[in-house]
Design a protein. Structure first.
Length: 311
């Protein structure tokens, strides 16, 4: 055990299905329109298809390639998902086989907060002796969506994002994190076995803005940094209006916020790494930059972290 160790995030990779479902496609079969969806959610299209394990493996392989790390050198695979391929075994075990990872593998489910939860879990693993971790957030929400339910069908998409996490001596680059859940709010967003997603959109909106702002401020205080020192806010992509309201209350402009909801929709635990990857690939994040990651979802769960990018 090496309790004096922290983590760095070496790389990011993503995967989305080839099939693109536009707002016009949905308007052709539902009582809606492109303008209605875009105005209320910020979503213009989403990717649909694949399996959680196949998307996770594709994103994981890209993250490994970008980090220059072989699958054989990964000690643990952590998969955040609300849409596992099966009840048993864990979908992480399937991804482990697909990638050829020799270490341990397990799933975590914290809904749309899952990726930030996974960062905290990775930090704990590193502190107690695990050297390299592949952290993946992957979802196929289309499989648990009633496509005749306009309230949900316009929101969801499928995809995956992965990062390679390495242990380092000293505090590392995860400067702070906080994890929260309020089980009394389970009824606001849930999916029972064999059922479809249900969401009380108005109540989720009201509570989400508050908890995101509170959690983000707690993460900033714990890291000892101010909002002006944050290069990029990487929020969960649930609704553009929620993101905009959180930005306003935190005092961070949209120009310093990674927003990809227009192209991917709500991909739950995959949304933060999808947004992170876009910011990286478009040159908006460089080594040494401070990132504020924050998410919320079913549970009701929420979580935030301050991460310095780069090794």
């Amino acid at each position: 055990m090496s309790l004096g160790r922290g983590i760095v995030v070496r790389s990011c990779g993503i995967a989305v299905p080839d099939k693109v479902l536009t707002n016009d496609d949905l308007a052709a079969r539902l009582d809606t329109s492109d303008a209605w969806i875009t105005e209320r959610t910020g979503i213009r299209e989403r990717h649909i298809g694949g399996t959680t394990s196949s998307l996770a493996a594709e994103a994981g392989q890209l993250a490994l390639d970008r980090a220059g790390v072989a699958a054989a050198d990964i000690d643990m695979l952590v998969l955040a998902t609300t849409t596992p391929d099966a009840m048993v075994p864990s979908t992480a075990s399937t991804v482990q086989e697909l990638l050829g990872i020799p270490g341990g593998a397990f799933d975590i489910n914290a809904a749309c907060s899952g990726f930030v939860y996974g960062l905290a879990v990775s930090a704990g693993l590193a502190a107690t002796g695990t050297d390299r971790i592949l952290l993946v957030g992957a979802e196929t929400l289309s499989r648990i969506t009633d496509w005749d339910d306009r309230k949900i069908a316009v929101l969801v998409g499928d995809g995956a994002g992965a990062v390679v996490v390495e242990a380092v001596e000293g505090p590392g680059n995860l400067l702070s994190h906080n994890l929260h859940s309020d089980g009394s709010l389970r009824h606001l967003l849930y999916c029972d076995h064999g059922g479809y997603l249900y969401m009380d959109g108005q109540e989720i909106f009201r509570k989400a803005v508050r908890v995101v702002v509170e959690s983000a401020k707690q993460a900033l205080d714990d890291a000892g940094v101010g909002i002006d020192e944050i290069t990029m806010l990487i929020p969960h992509q649930a609704n553009l209006r929620i993101i905009q309201a959180a930005c306003q209350r935190l005092g961070i402009p949209e120009e310093r916020t990674a927003i990809v909801i227009d192209r991917y929709g709500n991909t739950s635990s995959a949304s933060i790494p999808l947004a992170l990857d876009h910011a990286l690939q478009t040159g908006r994040v460089n080594d040494g930059d401070l990132l504020l990651l924050t998410g919320f979802g079913g549970g009701m769960s929420w979580a935030s972290a301050v991460l310095r990018w780069g090794a």
